[in-house]
Ligand binder design. Sequence first.
Ligand code: ATP
Length: 240
Amino acid sequence: MTPRAGTPVLSVRDLAVRYRGGDGALVDALADVSLDLVAGEMLGIFGPSGCGKTTLLMAAGLLETPTSGAVRFAGGPAVTPGDEAALRDFRRRHIGFVFQKPNLVPFLTAVENVALAMVIDGVAPAEAERRAMGLLAMLDIAHRAGNRPARLSGGEQQRVAVARALANDPMLILADEPTAALDSRRGRQVMELLLAIARQRGAAVAVVTHDPRSVGLFDRVIEMEDGRVVAERNGSGRAA
Ligand SMILES: Nc1ncnc2c1ncn2[C@@H]1O[C@H](COP(=O)(O)OP(=O)(O)OP(=O)(O)O)[C@@H](O)[C@H]1O
């Protein structure tokens, strides 16, 4: 699903996530966070360690059930919290995740890693492989398609992971420090790829990052602190 640029994709309202820590004390990992994402835009999420960035991505990506608040996807079916099978299906079809570590399946080749999500979704293996090759080509990594992860560099593995996140043409891509394990050139390349995906495929992209050099790439940046959004501005640093 690739909505037209500017159409709403994700709406997060008054989201709160409260954990019970190891000592039994309650931690407000997320408090009162509201956020909208539209097709074609790339949002940067910044903030100090422990401020709730990962929790926000997890809740927005339906991997974490919020304590209160709502996560809605435009054009998508209503998802009932607790219905794990439906949530899993929805995530696989509509949301692409990229994590700090590529987490590729070690015994599958690059192309098989990308094709896997499509095959699970019912696409015939030959067709899934054809589409996976197209994605790898888009990410400039098709020449490594037959290699298993152990034979790929960190940057190559991360590009395969981005291709995998795109496999089902998601309307939303959530990336949690996707460049942390890469050198600055490779890191910049992955960020530029994510931006190109937002622009060319009409996905909404949210990226958690600590890298101040990437600020200029984002359409919008939010700053978090203690589970809250404390500032929002456009990517070039002017007030939004
Ligand atoms: N499963 C959990 N159980 C208890 N507390 C948790 C859990 N997950 C996160 N927390 C706490 O919630 C808060 C927010 O954590 P989160 O991982 O979202 O922060 P972050 O901004 O992504 O940090 P970092 O930049 O270090 O990755 C922290 O205080 C963290 O210790």
